[in-house]
Design a protein around this ligand. Structure first.
Ligand code: ZN
Length: 707
């Protein structure tokens, strides 16, 4: 077990024991002369004391019999209700029981007993979140429960499933060639909304739901995969992702209409009658969108895949199959597909292969299936371009825009050097260009929006760099709430030009992941910034589902149980302020000597650091200035945060085509003033990536995404 996890357990154990000592003494009438302070008692309990208390408890509670009986149970196997010594937990129990009702059957009629129960609850609750935080194995957790029970915690259950309130009330059916559990939206949505504390939901609230359907392999060397149906609320607030249904099998579902049918049947009713979020509160519901990658979109819409001649789901372009065995789509001007096309009768050879059961939901089969830029742009196009720069056709001198070996070497070292300068908001640094095939979407986004415009300049052929900027600028505008309204038409024309010119720079490779970009701006007109309909929130949730599987059999069962356990421990991180690295080096604010000085701070998701403390986190745009943080000051007893800063006196664009880069938040800065100013830290402060350009200049690029 990790040392940190062990220390936390020990601390909690000592505190619980100290309380137990007090309450036990009260219970047996051995009340000390002075009231015992729980905190002090916790601090003063020695190892010898622990042994002493242990002995007392053994006298009072005989637990041997129960240990043997529960120890015989097979962990991880389904069990019948009533098999558990402490009773299994049903759905109703989860809704109405308070913590501890499951663990203690004694009557509590006085305050002392109430306080004892609270302590028991708090230890259980602590163990639940500790288990989730450190990903403790079932066996280790069970061992710990047995140990704690022997050492003075008879109130604890011996079975991990009782502690974690594991849902054992679900039914697995054989469906579409695999195992299938339909959890239902009516069950999982209220649970997801219970974690959103900052908004109030009443019967007048209309919930706009976004769905994600995608498959992912469970193990690296097996064909075993899972296909969940995921959901989140995107309006009027954003909720966590929840699971509606789950399929697991050796291959993807063999009939997607059957896979979707339980979901569609429930949604039809929910769209008519609303969904009960809590007792007496039923909300109206509407469907916002389905966010999927291209193959999954084709599967659930029952249309041709992207490697077919009619593969584009947004227009009627006819693909051309090249001798390199690629389906290419070379026109950006073909007639657009529309929702009404799906009302027409099916023809033998056309884009649609079957009627999709999703049509029963009255959704726009074209308009409500937007293109997800995480798959299309980041995992598709950006990685493809990075790969093409490094090998094949572009190295041939016969090709008009070939990329030299020396260029690649320069790019490779530039990516590595710049990636280490990225701010703390980027949890994963972009790996070297050679590893582009395994770049995660966040790495590709880092390259496209921040590193690429800087490091490709003066390295890549000038015309190729212009071509790259069309994509980078357009995606930047479509990702920014601030820029979207102003630049959406520009972004659309930049992307169309990018697709039209792709063949000129990269050869005959205008496959779907390139062509699709001429349609992205249309979706942004309907749904707003690209992150409103991207796969990012679902992708990270899918990753966590995969992490719930430990063994290759009973995959859906494992995941359904782990999801139910997580419901108790998971809380959304709240916006918080953390001040760190106290110092006395200044500069200070005249007349405010009482303010404390800090080297760095975390405000919500934003990391701030003084230039001396962390070069990566010191640059911000405030109004029209690019600033460097010189000091962070705070009242000793309040949340008011003041930033002492200097301003770059010279701000120039990094490029002026296709737009002036300073208009979209990309600035070349130099001549940092010695003069210092101060102001309160508020929503005018926009974090910037700060990359050195040469000895005197740096590039400041405004951050677009929250981590
Ligand atoms: Zn198209």
């Amino acid at each position: 077990m990790k040392k940190k996890a062990f220390n936390q357990i020990q601390e909690q154990h000592v505190q619980a024991l100290a309380t137990f000592q007090t309450t036990h003494a009260l219970a047996i009438g051995n009340v000390p002369d002075q009231e015992v302070d729980v905190e002090d008692a916790a601090g003063s309990v020695s190892e010898a004391d622990l042994r002493g208390i242990s002995a007392v408890v053994h006298e009072g509670f005989d637990i041997e019999g129960e240990i043997v009986s529960e120890d015989d149970m097979e962990l991880g196997e389904p069990i019948e209700e009533g098999d558990l010594a402490h009773g299994s937990v049903t759905e109703t129990d989860l809704c109405v029981r308070e913590w501890g009702g499951d663990f203690d059957t004694r009557d509590h009629t006085d305050k002392e007993s109430d306080s004892e129960a609270e302590e028991e609850n708090s230890l259980c609750q602590f163990l639940v979140s500790w288990n989730a935080r450190h990903k403790i194995t079932r066996e280790a957790l069970k061992d710990l429960l047995v140990g704690l029970r022997i050492h003075n915690h008879p109130e604890l259950p011996l079975d991990t499933r009782t502690l974690l309130h594991t849902n054992l009330d679900y039914s697995v059916e054989d469906r579409c060639g695999g195992s299938y559990v339909y959890i239902s939206l009516a069950k999982s949505l209220p649970s997801a909304l219970s974690k959103v504390h900052s908004v109030s939901v009443d019967s007048n609230t209309e919930l706009h739901l976004q769905f994600n359907i995608d498959g992912l392999p469970v193990f690296n060397n097996s064909t075993q995969c899972i296909w969940p149906i995921l959901c989140r609320v995107v309006k009027p607030f954003i909720s966590p992702v929840c699971v509606v249904a789950l399929y697991a099998g050796r291959r993807k579902p063999n009939c997607f209409n059957e896979f979707l049918r339980p979901f569609v049947d429930e949604m039809v009713l929910i769209l008519q009658n609303g969904v009960e979020i809590s007792t007496g509160v039923t909300c109206r519901v509407s469907i916002h969108s389905f966010v999927c990658d291209a193959p999954a979109r084709a599967d659930i819409k029952r249309t041709k895949h992207v490697n077919y001649h009619q593969g584009c789901d947004k227009c009627t372009v006819e693909g051309i199959y090249t001798k390199e065995r690629r389906m290419t789509f070379n026109s950006t001007k073909s007639a657009k597909r529309c929702d009404a096309d799906f009302d027409l009768p099916l023809l033998p050879v056309e884009y649609r292969v079957q009627d999709s059961v999703l049509r029963n939901l009255q959704v726009g089969m074209v308009s409500q299936f937007p293109l997800d830029y995480m798959h299309l742009t980041l995992l598709g196009l950006v990685r493809r371009m990075a790969r093409d720069w490094q090998d094949g056709l572009l190295h041939s001198k016969a090709f008009p825009f070939h990329v030299r070996r020396a260029t690649i070497n320069a790019l490779q070292s530039a990516v590595v050097n710049c990636a280490v300068r990225m701010p703390h908001e980027f949890q994963r640094r972009c790996r070297a260009l050679q590893e582009c095939d395994s770049w995660k979407a966040t790495e590709a986004r880092q390259f496209l929006l921040y590193l690429g415009p800087v490091i490709l300049k003066d390295v890549l052929d000038e015309k190729m760099y212009e071509h790259f900027k069309l994509l980078s600028t357009a995606i930047r505008c479509l990702c920014s709430e601030e820029l979207l309204g102003i630049y959406i038409d520009h972004a659309n024309s930049f992307l169309t030009q990018f697709v039209d010119e792709y063949v000129k720079y990269y050869g005959n490779k205008c496959v779907y992941s390139v062509h699709g970009h001429c349609h992205i701006a249309d979706d942004a007109r309907v749904f707003g910034v690209l992150d409103n309909f991207s796969g990012f929130p679902f992708e990270s949730y899918l990753g966590s589902l995969k992490g719930m599987v430990n063994k290759s059999h009973q995959v859906v069962q494992q995941i359904v149980r782990r999801i139910s356990e997580r419901e108790l421990s998971e809380t959304l991180p709240e916006d918080r302020m953390v001040l760190k690295h106290r110092h006395k080096c200044g500069p200070e604010i005249d007349g405010r000597p009482h303010l404390l000085q800090y080297g760095s701070a975390l405000v919500g998701h934003s990391h701030i650091a003084c230039d001396r403390r962390g070069q990566n986190d010191c640059c911000f745009r405030v109004d029209n200035n690019v600033c460097v943080v010189r000091n962070i000051l705070a009242e000793s007893d309040s949340d008011n945060l003041y930033i002492v800063y200097s301003v770059y006196e010279k701000v120039e664009p990094l490029f002026d085509t296709p737009v002036d880069s300073t208009d979209i938040g990309i600035h070349v800065v130099s001549e940092l003033s010695d003069e210092v100013f101060y102001t309160a830290f508020d929503n005018r402060w926009h974090k910037c990536v700060h990359l050195p350009l040469d000895n005197n200049r740096a590039v400041a690029i405004q951050l677009l995404h929250k981590p």
